[in-house]
Design a protein around this ligand. Structure first.
Ligand SMILES: Cc1ncc(C[n+]2csc(CCOP(=O)(O)OP(=O)(O)O)c2C)c(N)n1
Length: 541
């Protein structure tokens, strides 16, 4: 049987029914085999977006996203997507075509060493030189992508290997030397953690994206409620805990709530669960509170001790460890601490005001209106920039996975393809894509896919004619009127652009008109774009 056909068989064995791709000479055999299979193909418009689609698809289905790109420029175009998935621990399997094996290393037409290029930011990458390895490599790749700390895996396959005729031999067993994720957590460390929590007076749980990846939301809620410990989220952890729960205490970091940062400064113990402790979120923790002690729970042993020194490290699966901790009698009395948190919250309320001198619509009110009008199935996919921060701070999330963004790499252009992947994977959900005008221009070619596949996402485009977040940084560091390279001066009529793709579009400049248009478009399942005019001077807070 042709190796390319065997690859389709391997995908079917992993329950793959849909692949995001972009063809080229080096993957012709694969596309021919796909044509003959019942695997659906979504033709994207730029490989830059490929992995973002697959990542959105995973986030709404829990199934590993799969992409195919050709060799050379096709493969190198995927690099940003791969790095984005890597930093957010999203399981994706990316298949790239490669030049024939006898041409490897000769700078052949469209040759690029994609395995070498992506090795630092894939969980693993393969170059298959012998077609007989295909079943084993595919089995391993899916297992690696979706176990332990999840992440992208790349499989590079020369064209002549795809064309080889071999006998198919199913791979029944996986045996990857040295790879055995620890799940349960060391008993002794769990005991120490319990004692630490018992001894604390002002404990806080810091829940990251790892809680969502481990599907541990229910366990987190039970543990927190049983022991009355407040919860703070990282950006990636948003959606892991219901925000209407009294124990919810916001998001921290340079763009977090003031009250949450104040809580950190008063805490005596931080129970970190599935968070990288990235500099953006926690860079100031030490300055805020040099006495803070840490328990760090993570599936990836390399995380522990990387950015913070944990008093009690526990390597394991967040769900299993939380389940275990919840069965124990911890009996920590946090009533005074919760009262103090309440008074901090009252003293530092969330600021919904416009800044003085600002005209146009208040972006915070737009996000709050989206929160009001959407239903329980809704999910917000935010891009990068001010729009991302506004969406994180002012959209009221319930505990369902409902806020997705490129938190680790901070990749502009992420949201349009990722939101499309979420909707393709889960057509029943309402999906709102929030972008700035800069980010939109990075991946707007994907509008064609949205129209073609009738992907009913609602694109909320914040047009401030600026690379807003960078403008804000320049204002802060160098003073007002010292901007360079952040003005998007060309006045683009984004509504016409959407209409060119036959996507209904609206332009609004008051909150009343936004609410009216948004309520109306939420009645149908059609894609649409709403361009909101935002004051170029308006910054994050
Ligand atoms: C691919 C990429 N290039 C550059 C940046 C640096 N960057 C971060 S935010 C930002 C501005 C985003 O502007 P826009 O999309 O208009 O959103 P706004 O901040 O105005 O809401 C830039 C340039 C980035 N994060 N990603």
């Amino acid at each position: 049987m042709k190796a390319a056909k065997i690859i389709m068989k391997c995908l079917k064995e992993e329950d793959v029914n849909l692949v995001f791709g972009y063809p080229g000479g080096a993957v012709l055999p694969l596309f021919e085999a796909m044509r003959e299979s019942d695997i659906e193909h979504v033709l994207v418009r730029n490989e830059q977006s490929l992995v973002h689609y697959a990542s959105g698809y995973y986030r709404s289905t829990g199934k590993v996203g799969v992409c195919i790109a050709t060799s050379g420029p096709g493969a190198t175009n995927t690099i940003t997507g791969i790095a984005t998935a890597y930093l957010d621990s999203i399981p994706v399997v990316l298949i790239t075509g490669q030049v024939n094996t006898d041409l490897l290393g000769t700078d052949a037409f469209q040759e690029a060493d994609i395995k070498g290029a992506t090795e630092p930011f894939t969980k693993h990458s393969y170059l298959i030189k012998d077609a007989n390895d295909i079943p084993r490599v595919f089995k391993e790749a899916f297992y690696l992508a979706n176990s332990g700390r999840k992440g992208p895996v790349l499989i590079d396959i020369p064209r002549n290997v795809q064309e080889e005729n071999i006998k198919y031999q199913k791979c029944e067993e996986i045996n990857i030397i040295g790879y055995q994720p620890t799940l349960l957590g060391h008993r002794g460390q769990v005991k120490r953690a319990i004692n630490k929590i018992k001894d604390s007076q002002r404990p806080v749980i810091y829940a990251g994206g790892g809680v969502i990846l481990a599907e541990a939301e229910k366990q987190l809620l039970e543990f927190a409620e049983k022991n009355k410990i407040p919860i703070i989220n990282s950006l990636m952890g948003l959606g892991s805990f219901p925000q209407d729960n009294p124990l919810y205490a916001g998001i921290v970091g340079s763009h977090g709530y003031q009250y949450s940062n104040r809580i950190i400064s008063r805490a005596d113990l931080l129970i970190v669960i599935g968070a990288r402790m990235s500099d953006r979120a926690t860079g100031r923790f030490h300055q805020l509170n040099s006495n803070l002690q840490y328990i760090h729970i993570d599936i990836d042993p390399a995380e522990i001790g990387k950015n913070i020194e944990a008093m009690v490290p526990i390597v394991g699966d967040a769900k299993l460890i939380l389940e275990n901790l919840t069965t124990k009698d911890i009996s920590v009395d946090t009533s005074n601490w919760l009262e103090e948190i309440e008074s901090i919250r009252e003293a530092l309320p969330i600021n919904m005001d416009m800044q003085p001198g600002c005209n146009y619509i208040n972006p915070k009110e737009i996000i709050a209106s989206i929160s009001d009008i959407t239903d329980d199935s809704a999910c917000v996919v935010a891009d990068v920039g001010l729009n991302q921060i506004w969406a994180a701070l002012y959209y009221k999330l319930t505990a369902k996975r409902s806020y997705f963004t490129s938190g680790g790499l901070g990749t502009m252009g992420y949201s349009l393809p990722a939101a499309s992947g979420v909707k393709i994977g889960n057509p029943q959900r309402q999906v709102i894509c929030i972008m700035g005008d800069g980010s939109f221009q990075m991946t707007l070619g994907e509008l064609a896919v949205i129209r073609e596949q009738n992907i009913g996402i609602k694109i909320i485009l914040f047009n401030n004619q600026r690379l807003g977040m960078v403008k804000g940084l320049q204002d802060n560091f160098y003073g007002k009127n010292h901007n360079c390279g952040v003005h998007l001066e060309c006045k683009i009529e984004f509504t016409k652009l959407a209409e060119a793709y036959s996507i209904p579009a609206y332009k609004v400049d008051t909150i009343e008109s936004f609410r009216e248009v948004f309520s109306q478009v939420m009645q149908n399942d059609e894609p649409c774009l709403i361009q909101c005019l935002i004051d170029p001077e308006y910054t994050a807070f």
